[in-house]
Design a protein around this ligand. Structure first.
Ligand SMILES: Cc1cc2nc3c(=O)[nH]c(=O)nc-3n(C[C@H](O)[C@H](O)[C@H](O)COP(=O)(O)O)c2cc1C
Length: 549
């Protein structure tokens, strides 16, 4: 067997072994720290000492675009690429959303959610030809809502078109500090949420977003993450992905940031987040290494952005809805959801509702040539007009037959009255599932008190064997589904909460997925939606001083 094939097979085994060993079981959780020193939590903010800081504008208060306008055919009219609009992009995606206080504790929340509010995702901007900003690489510092200049590109002669790229990395230690070995999963789920946060914010500006399929090594070089001396004893950042913002035509040739790097001058020293780490989780380094994209994926033309058919009735502005997103900590267990408000939540999860190859927001970034590989099992507890039970929303047309062959004992009946863009199937009716879901979601009440809970099933078998990096993409797809549900829950007057903690195999067994041939189907994420009960004890203050100095 050629050496490259052997190494892919090895990496696939590492990835699948990682997923298996980080399952939570009813009689024991995946390996994690035995004790946590809450007074020595890692610094939530990465900074690069010695970099020049460019504060960004905060223009979102003046935004009036309705949320539903994001889903028009082709999206809103594109706005110009300016520093002001870049400020809006970050304000609506990765900025702080509030400071919270309870007793002696004070902590920041952000526009994007994160498992345990630990925020492992770091965000970078690569820019050329934008008035007011040197061509270079910038790290986004959310607590200052400012850009730290990490690199300045060598000058080029003549007028330059504007090119804007957004890059992501993960600091595994942020999650591993609290969650141990399972942390790599959470970093990837958070990445999916971050991709969603970016896509919706760009949509407010009428900009398309295109994933550049760079190899891991090229992404790391473009973000300066391979510069070991700039990190020294500070925690490593794992390169994740690069996206191009397209304020103009979406059929322009894709940017290649590797060509921008020769002659660049770099500055900045990363801060250390945790001076005294108490544990080490080598399996995280191993799965990260094994799931790196080794080859560049050709970037194909973006699909047209299609209109969404089943939309919510909200009149909220996009900016208010995005900035108002929160995780519910408790749900009102008496609340019910009308079926008319339920359908838009599911319609939003379908990438291609329309004929003619159009794709709907936020599934239009061309990140993968594959069909959607993550599907939603919907546990409806309290949806008026839908009998309590388990339902499947298959997100591509072929998955139904594969799953149906594996699970013939389920009913597989199309749900009468579902809109054409929501191909919901009944699996099994059961009025007593709420308590079971609570147990299976690590005994969390939000899973029982929700109006519905979603378990996301991903194909993690043969497809990973030849392309182990797809493991990251499966988890990101699940995270992106979570981000859609967070925002659509707000649009429905409800609230969502991601649930990364669940007992993997018991959830699969509930669905009958213990049977031979069903091993490829793994549960990647749970998500709950309900009517929130606010916690009045927690005080909230604005994210940035007002007026901005
Ligand atoms: C991947 C992921 C997993 C999460 N898992 C849980 C969970 O198991 N239980 C829970 O109560 N909240 C969970 N959350 C919610 C986070 O705790 C929440 O996003 C974080 O505290 C920040 O608060 P915010 O979402 O209101 O900004 C999860 C969020 C994400 C993104």
């Amino acid at each position: 067997m050629p050496e490259a094939t052997l190494s892919v097979a090895h990496d696939a085994a590492v990835v699948q072994g990682y997923h298996a060993r980080t399952r939570h079981h009813l009689n024991g959780y995946a390996a994690g720290p035995d004790t946590l020193d809450w007074d020595a939590q890692p610094d939530p903010f990465r900074r690069f000492a010695g970099t020049a800081l460019t504060p960004l504008p905060l223009p979102a208060d003046g935004e009036t675009l309705p949320w539903t306008a994001l889903f028009a055919d082709g999206g809103p009219a594109p706005r110009a690429a300016t520093l002001n609009h870049l400020g809006l992009l970050f304000e609506l995606s990765f900025a702080l959303s509030a400071w919270k206080e309870f007793g002696p504790d004070r902590w920041a929340l952000r526009i994007n959610p994160s498992s345990g509010n630990l925020h492992p995702t770091e965000v970078y901007l690569l820019v050329r030809g934008l008035p007011g900003l040197d061509d270079g690489v910038y790290h986004y510092a959310p607590q200052a809502h400012a850009l730290e200049q990490r690199a300045r590109f060598a000058p080029r002669p003549g007028p330059q078109p504007t090119q804007l790229l957004i890059g992501f990395s993960s600091i595994h230690w942020r999650e591993a500090w609290k969650y141990g070995e399972r942390a790599f999963r959470y970093c990837q789920l958070d990445m999916g949420h971050a991709i969603g946060a970016l896509r919706y914010a760009a949509a407010v500006l009428g900009w398309r977003v295109r994933e550049l399929g760079l190899s891991h090594a090229d992404t790391a070089a473009a973000l300066g993450l391979n510069r070991a001396g700039d990190f020294g004893p500070a925690e490593h950042e794992e390169a994740e992905a690069l996206f191009e913002l397209l304020p103009g035509a979406s059929d322009a040739a894709p940017a290649d940031p590797v060509d921008w790097l020769p002659g660049a001058t770099w500055t900045g020293q990363a801060n250390r987040l945790d001076p005294r780490p108490m544990y080490r989780w080598p399996v995280i380094d191993a799965v990260a290494q094994a799931s790196r994209r080794s080859v560049r994926r050709p970037v194909s033309a973006l699909p047209p952005l299609g209109a969404r058919q089943t939309r919510p009735a909200t009149r909220a502005t996009a900016a208010d809805l995005i900035r108002g997103r929160r995780s519910a900590q408790r749900f009102d267990r008496q609340a019910r959801l009308g079926i008319d408000a339920f359908w838009p939540l599911l319609a939003a999860l379908m990438p291609t509702p329309a004929e003619g190859g159009a794709v709907q927001l936020p599934w239009d970034t061309g990140g993968t040539d594959e069909a959607p590989a993550v599907h939603a099992v919907v546990f409806a507890h309290r949806v008026d007009g839908l009998a309590p039970g388990a339902y499947l929303l298959p997100r591509n047309a072929t998955v139904q037959s594969a799953l149906q062959a594996a699970l013939p004992h389920l009913s597989w009946r199309p749900v009468p009255g579902s809109p054409p863009d929501v191909p919901l199937l009944e699996l099994a009716l059961n009025p007593a599932l709420a308590g079971t879901l609570r147990t299976l979601s690590c005994h969390q009440a939000i899973a029982a008190d929700a109006v519905f809970v979603v378990a996301l099933l991903g194909e993690c078998g043969p497809s990973l064997a030849g392309s182990p990096w797809l493991y990251r993409e499966r988890l990101r797809e699940a995270g992106l589904i979570g981000q859609v549900l967070y925002l659509e829950a707000e649009a429905a007057g409800l609230r969502g909460t991601g649930i990364g903690c669940f007992f993997d195999d018991p959830v699969r067994e509930l669905l009958g997925l213990g049977a031979p041939g069903t091993e490829p189907w793994q549960v990647l994420y749970h998500f709950s939606v309900g009517l929130p009960v606010p916690d009045a004890r927690i005080a909230s203050t604005p994210p940035y001083p007002e007026p901005r100095p």
